[in-house]
Design a protein around this ligand. Structure first.
Ligand code: SF4
Length: 265
């Protein structure tokens, strides 16, 4: 058995599916393929586009003005320091450390999760523990690895006590840090994993099920919605949907790359 087949078997995704050529669409909740209604961008989004979105972000945090504007001008070093020192919401008082994010700062892929869990809080890195292992296996199945053309960040940088759901005010306070990370990375594609990442980036309360299988955009950057690996561990049948989302993401990125290449010619 090949390594890829072994990985997919571990994910519960056997038999192995192969990517098809042509238009890619993720299956809907009934497993039926659905047509993607969006067309991939022809260019990698510029920092200016993301910066513009930061400046006009319609989150509650934007209303605080100066703090968000300062964060939107930070470089990596300043941003790390600001996150580390942040006490803007009550979560910092109850966590061990902030969890900034990890990976290739020039990555094409940006994976956005929700909030640190117990292991992430202990180790200071997102997506560790069982959910992290599953994520690593999912990345390996599409030829990616943590830190290699991939950056991983959470929507919230501090662990909510007892892994409770974050409050809207906490998400709003923390959002400028993620938005700045996106502006600095300038990813070609964002994979928003779980509803809190989706709510923050798409400003919608819609369900993951209703949003997946289509191409969305955050500040012009193509964005695909999928389930959080921790959710998949509790809902094994949805692993197949997640795999379909990954295939959709791979195909979309391939299209974006080839269109960008054609623009250069
Ligand atoms: Fe600051 Fe975000 Fe931590 Fe709240 S969760 S204290 S906003 S870093």
């Amino acid at each position: 058995m090949s390594r890829r087949a072994a990985i997919l078997k571990e994910m519960g995704l056997a038999p192995v599916w192969k990517l098809r050529t042509g238009t890619v669409s993720a299956p809907d909740e009934s497993g039926q393929a659905t047509a993607s209604t969006a067309t991939p961008s022809t260019t990698r989004q510029t920092a200016a586009a993301v910066e513009a979105r930061n400046a006009t972000q319609q989150s509650p945090a934007a209303a605080t003005g100066s703090r968000e504007e300062r964060i939107a001008r930070m470089d990596w070093t300043e941003l790390r320091s600001a996150v580390s020192a942040c006490t803007a919401c009550g979560l910092r008082a109850g966590c061990t450390q902030t969890v900034f994010g990890v990976g290739d700062e020039k990555a094409e892929w940006l994976l956005v999760g929700e909030a640190p869990g117990a292991e992430e809080d202990r180790l200071g890195e997102p997506f560790v523990g069982q959910a992290g292992k599953l994520l690593d296996n999912m990345l390996a199945a599409i030829g990616l690895a943590r830190g290699k053309n991939v950056y991983i960040a959470n929507t919230l940088k501090c662990r909510p006590p007892g892994n409770r759901n974050p409050e809207p005010e906490e998400m709003a306070k923390c959002a400028p840090f993620l938005l700045r990370q996106i502006a600095l990375i300038r990813p070609r594609l964002i994979l928003a994993m779980g509803r809190f990442a989706v709510h923050t980036l798409l400003q919608t309360e819609a369900t993951i099920a209703s949003l997946r299988g289509r191409l969305h955009r955050y500040a012009g950057v193509p964005l695909i919605v999928t389930y959080h690996p921790a959710y998949l561990l509790r809902n094994l049948p949805d692993k197949a949907k997640s795999w379909a989302d990954l295939r959709f993401a791979v195909k979309t990125l391939d299209t974006l790359r080839s269109e960008a290449q054609q623009e250069k010619v």
